[in-house]
Design a protein around this ligand. Sequence first.
Ligand SMILES: [Zn+2]
Length: 333
Amino acid sequence: MLKPLSLTQVPPLSTSRGMVDYPQTARELDALFADDEACRTYLARLRWGNGFLCPACGNDRAWVGARAVRECQRCGHQISVTAGTVFQDTKLPLAVWFRAIGWVTSQKYGASALDVQRVLGLGSYRTAWSWLHTLRRAMVRAGRDALHGTVEVDETLIGGEESGGGGRHIGKKALVAVAVELNGRRLGRVRLRRVPDHSGPALIGFVQDAVTAGSTVVTDGWHSYESLPGQGYQHERRVIRRSSKNASGLLPHVHLVASLLKRWLTGTLQGAVSREHLDYYLDEFTFRFNRRTSRSRGLLFYRLLQNAVSVAPAPYATLVRQTGRGRRPQGGP
Ligand SMILES: [Zn+2]
C-alpha cells in the first residue's frame, strides 16, 4: 500500500525528553532503534527529510511504500532507503549497524576493529574491520566547507623509522599535509591529506582543496609555497634561520595538531597503521577533531549517519584492493 509522501510523514524521534534528532545515551539508542523498521524510518528522514528527488526522472514527488521504499509518482522508479548508501547489500541487521555507530561515536578517541568485534559480539574480525572502514569513509562528506580566515599549513611525516636526515626527507614514511584554521588564538577546523611529496603541485593542490581562496595561508619558508599569492591567497611566510622541521614555534597550531594526530594513531590503533589505510584514519581523525567541541556524542551519531546515507557502499574487496590508488580530494567533513 503506497501513500503520498509529505515531509511531516517522516516524524522526528520521540523520547521521554520530547522530540529529538538523535539518541543521547546507549540505552536510548537501543530503545529507539530496536528493530530495522525504526532504523529505516530514521534513515528515510535523514535522506529525504528535505525532499525527494527521483534519480531516474528528476521528479520531486513520491509515494511511500513498505520498508520505507519511495516510488516516484511520475515514472514509478523505486528506491529503497539504503540504496546507494553504505548500508546497501548489508547482510547484517540495520539495528546492529546503528549500535555499532552509536558505540564508535561514543568513544572519545575512536575504536579499533577488535573493540567493535568484542562490543557487538561479532563472530568475525574481518566484518568488524570492514565496518570500521566503511564508517571512516562515511566520515568524509562531499561538498564540505573549506577552511577560511587564517590557516596554518605544513607537512608532517607519519610512521616508519625516525630518520636522522632532517630537512624534508621522506624515506619510508608517509607525508601528510596539515591545514589548521585559526579562530583568534584558538584552533578551528583541520584538513589532512596524504601527499606524494613536498613539491609545489602536491602542496598547492592540497591548499586549493582545503582552504578557500582569499584566505591568509601561513607557512614556513619552503619554496613550494611561493606560488600561493598567484593562486589568490594572502601568504604569510614565517622564516627562521636555517629552518629545521622541528621548528614547532614557527607554526605552533599545525604542529600541535600533528602531534595529536601521531598520539592518536599510536594510542588508539596501537600504531598498526598501514600506509594504504592511512587515508581512512586521517578521515576519522579529522571528523573527530572537527567535532571535538560537539556538546553531545549523540550529535556525532547523527552526523555520521547523515554522511552514511549519502556515501556509496564500499564492499570489503574494494577496501583491501585500494592500495596505491588515486586519492580523491579529502580532508575534513
Ligand atoms: Zn521518476
